[in-house]
Design a protein around this ligand. Structure first.
Ligand code: NIG
Length: 382
């Protein structure tokens, strides 16, 4: 196995007990990190890379995307910017286009966005089904996703397809879609929101998903207050995503649970909703992750750096909190222990910035700061 030593790291965010190291080095052995420490005592390796006085951090872990889709919703976005409110009804537009696309077309769109994200430092990605909404279309979405990303989530309960009876659709999700799709995915999700699935329907989908051995995720409290967070905590979901409208009891429930609150600030900006109250969640002791929610409707960005900058500039998170939320805590929301940190044994997913410190992620918002990326120990940029 080839070893590589990276020296010249001005600031190394490890997300381990080592904290942040200055003038550091690390050694990659195959797909993993084999050594981390001061540059002055770095061991020799087969190859050497000089980071040139730049900052290095774990690759971004994007724990919430919807990238198995076809079609375009530019007009919907433009109308929104002109004052029309976001409604999840736009999902149906993407469902129509996705059903009409070939497997090759869907895979090409997915690959393009995965590559775009990787070029910006995202080395571990989750993506969801949810634009098929028939058993066959959900199944092919799951298969296509499983070939391209680290984590796949079944989101058959994304929207009741236009014209379908809501309870009959939930019954179809439970009795037909879940058994067909479960072998291809690790997670199941439900959009618990007025206009999507109510509390009883959401609980039914999540309980059935758990009986198939799937981990649980919930879209909750996105467009208004609701039961999503409470149901996520009650069912032991790994993550509840959005959390834009939280009550005090939602915050307390999250703080007393292992459910991660995954915040999606790019979505709130794009849909003209308030940004989530990250500070209250963190101060209460809840685990907070950040993700892009990249999808063609509510949040069409793959940029985790944009989410981090927004979290710092507008959500009162420190740079350290935001970076941790987009790496280690996001990995925890996926119940992964191999990514989101840089220490001996971790997957060698490394993001070198074209900057001397992570502070620049917020200090220089909008500037492309990715200098180089290693994923599974392989350089993706040289
Ligand atoms: O997370 N909330 C539900 N699903 C997506 C939106 C999908 C869409 O509008 O196409 C979200 O924002």
């Amino acid at each position: 196995m080839t070893t590589t030593v990276i020296t010249g790291i001005a600031e190394l965010t490890t997300n381990t007990d080592l904290g942040t190291l200055h003038d550091a080095a690390l050694v990659i052995d195959g797909e993993h990190i084999a050594w981390v420490g001061p540059a002055s005592s770095a061991p020799a390796a087969d190859t050497h890379h000089d980071a040139g006085g730049r900052a290095a951090l774990p690759g971004w872990v994007d724990s919430h995307t919807h990238l198995v889709f076809a079609g375009d919703r530019t007009a919907e976005f433009a109308a929104r910017m002109a004052g029309k409110p976001y409604t999840a009804g736009g999902i149906a537009t993407t469902v129509t286009a996705t059903r009409a696309a070939t497997d090759a077309e869907l895979a090409a769109v997915l690959r393009r966005h995965v590559a775009e994200a990787l070029a910006q430092g995202t080395t571990c990605m989750e993506t969801k089904t949810g634009y098929g909404l028939t058993t066959a279309d959900e199944l092919r979405s799951a298969r296509i996703a499983a070939a391209e990303v680290d984590e796949v989530t079944f989101l058959g309960a994304h929207l009741v397809p236009p014209g379908a009876d809501p309870d009959a659709y939930v019954a179809l999700v439970i009795s037909e879609m879940l058994p067909a799709v479960a072998p291809h995915v690790r997670w199941a999700d439900v959009f618990c929101e007025t206009g999507a699935f109510d509390a009883d329907q959401s609980r039914a989908v999540l309980t059935a998903a758990a009986s198939h051995g799937l981990g649980l995720r919930v879209h909750g409290n996105q467009l208004g207050p609701g039961p999503g967070v409470a149901i996520a905590v009650e069912t032991g979901a790994a993550s509840v995503d959005h959390c834009t409208y939280l009550s005090k009891s939602d915050v307390d429930a999250l703080a007393g649970s292992t459910t991660v609150a995954t915040l999606l600030p790019a979505c709130d900006l794009s849909t003209r909703h308030p940004l989530p109250d990250a500070r209250t969640l963190l101060d209460a002791g809840a685990s907070v992750a950040l993700a892009s929610n990249c999808n063609p409707g509510s949040s069409y960005t793959t940029s985790m750096a944009y989410c981090v900058a927004t979290a710092v500039l507008q959500m009162r998170m420190s740079v350290e909190e935001a970076v941790r939320a987009a790496t280690l805590t996001a990995a925890q929301s996926l119940r992964r222990t191999d990514v989101g940190w840089l220490g001996v044994g971790a997957r060698a997913d490394i993001h070198v910035l074209d900057a001397p410190s992570i502070t620049h992620l917020a200090y220089r918002p909008g500037v492309p700061l990715t200098r180089s990326v290693w994923r599974r120990g392989r350089s993706t940029t040289s």
